[in-house]
Structure formats: structure tokens, C-alpha cells
Design a protein around this ligand. Structure first.
Ligand code: ZN
Length: 255
């Protein structure tokens, strides 16, 4: 923590100063905490989903990355860890109830008061922090796995999270179905459909106090969704946009 405080003070001093003409202003990395509960199969996600998300961001650059999970002290969500985080990615499925309520309150408070960006992935629609921030049931009307690929349409191409993203397909994914019981999103960025008839608002953003929340639907743990180039590019865009200190979003070309 001491080293981080020094670094922070140093960056503050730089930011407060007037850069000499022609000198590029130093860009502080966005501090990202990737959190997952530790239930994804290691055959698909050897470093859990937190590790896959962190790897996607690391490859893009410009991030100070940490991973955490339920098994860590304070569940990886101490006040100190949260204070040192600009963007929190969250993936949970079977162990939502094991997350301590005081950590949930601490996360929601940091979003509302300090502008922490919160990204809820896939089954995290039912995570305690997401439900706390939505103040709604966050129920789905159906889910399951069939042989239909997920078609993802970009509904808000001008939104920073959609930068560089065209409509795309995920070959195998779980489906979710509307209605999704959440407050009306500020923007619906992505919408998913399956040829078996389901439809879902797959990428939504909400403002909460001084902070922002992004829900991104894909990411069932039995499929390698977080290794797909378009999905990685969306995670990178989200990490650059959703925090308290937005950084310019370069177009991330899915490769
Ligand atoms: Zn799932």
C-alpha cells in the first residue's frame, strides 16, 4: 500500500503541474480488479475467469491489474483493495450468497460515492453487488443451453463500449431470455438473439450516483467466451470507459 500511495502522490503532482510544451502528459494506468468466485472449470479457464479477463486487458495495455476471489482474505475486497480500484469486474454463479454483506455495501458505496466502475458478467446478474446497485430482482425469464449460436447485435454503435465492434456471433453459449427484471438501462449497447427464439439485452449501462455499472451477458463458464476477440475488445473498452477517470478509447481490433 505504501508504494501505491507514493505512486499516487507522484501522479497527482504530475497531473497538477503544467506539462512543458510538446511533452506528452503521462497517462496513469486504470486500476482494475478482476474478481471471480472460483467455480469455472479449469479445463476451460485454467486461471479462472478473473485470470482470463485480466489477460484480455493486459494484452491491450494501460491497466494496473489485480485478480481476486472468494478464497482471499476479506474475499479480496478489503476497503484498501477497493480504494485502490477504478474498475471492478465481477463473475459469480453458484456462490453469490457466500459474499459478505459488508463487502457488498462497501462496493455499492464506492460506486455511488467514489465512481468505482462495476462490470457484472453473465450470471453475475444475480450477484449481491449487482442486485444492490439495481435495487431490483434482476430475474430472467428463461435460460438454458441448446445448439443455437448467440447473435450479438450492436444497438448503440456510438457508445464507447461498442467502439470497433460490429455485430458478431458466439458459436456456443447459454441463452437467457427477456424479460430481464432490471431498471430501464441508460443505454442498451448490445442485444442478443438465438434462432431458437430467445432475445436478451446483453450489454446495458446505468449511472449510479457518481459511478457507472455495465452488465455484459455472455460468459457461461462451460464455453471459452472470454477468449473470443470481440468479447475481449468489449472488456477492454468497458475498462477504459467505466471508471472515474475515463481514458481515451483506442479502437481495439478484434484479432
Ligand atoms: Zn451460465
Amino acid at each position: 500500500m505504501h508504494r501505491r500511495s507514493l505512486l499516487k502522490a507522484g501522479m497527482g503532482a504530475l497531473a497538477g503541474g503544467i506539462p512543458a510544451l510538446g511533452m506528452a502528459e503521462p497517462r496513469a494506468p486504470v486500476r482494475v480488479l478482476c474478481w471471480s468466485e472460483g467455480t469455472a472449470p479449469t479445463s476451460i479457464y485454467p486461471k479462472d475467469i478473473s485470470g482470463a479477463v485480466a489477460d484480455a486487458l493486459r494484452a491491450a495495455g494501460g491497466f494496473d491489474l489485480h485478480t481476486a476471489g472468494l478464497a482471499d482474505p476479506d474475499q479480496g475486497l478489503s476497503d484498501e483493495a477497493l480504494a485502490a480500484t477504478d474498475v471492478l469486474f465481477w463473475w459469480g454463479h453458484q456462490r453469490h450468497n457466500q459474499v459478505h454483506d459488508d463487502r457488498v455495501s462497501a462496493i455499492a458505496k464506492r460506486v455511488r460515492e467514489n465512481g468505482l466502475g462495476f462490470v457484472a458478467l453473465h450470471s453475475s446478474h444475480f450477484s449481491k453487488p449487482f442486485k444492490s446497485l439495481m435495487e431490483d430482482s434482476c430475474d430472467l425469464s428463461g435460460w438454458g443451453i441448446n445448439d443455437a449460436p448467440e447473435q450479438i447485435a450492436v444497438k448503440a454503435p456510438a457508445h464507447p463500449i461498442a467502439r470497433g465492434i460490429s455485430d458478431f456471433q458466439i458459436a456456443r453459449e447459454e441463452f437467457y431470455n427477456e424479460p430481464f427484471r432490471v431498471p430501464a438501462p441508460d443505454v442498451v449497447i448490445f442485444e442478443s438473439t438465438w434462432r431458437t427464439g430467445q432475445r436478451f439485452r446483453s450489454g446495458c449501462v446505468w449511472k449510479r450516483g457518481n459511478g457507472r455499472v455495465f452488465y455484459f451477458r455472455p460468459g457461461h463458464e462451460e464455453f471459452p467466451t472470454y477468449f473470443q476477440p470481440e468479447v475481449k475488445a468489449i472488456l477492454v473498452n468497458a475498462a477504459r470507459w467505466i471508471g472515474p477517470r475515463q481514458v481515451s478509447i483506442e479502437i481495439v481490433k478484434p484479432d
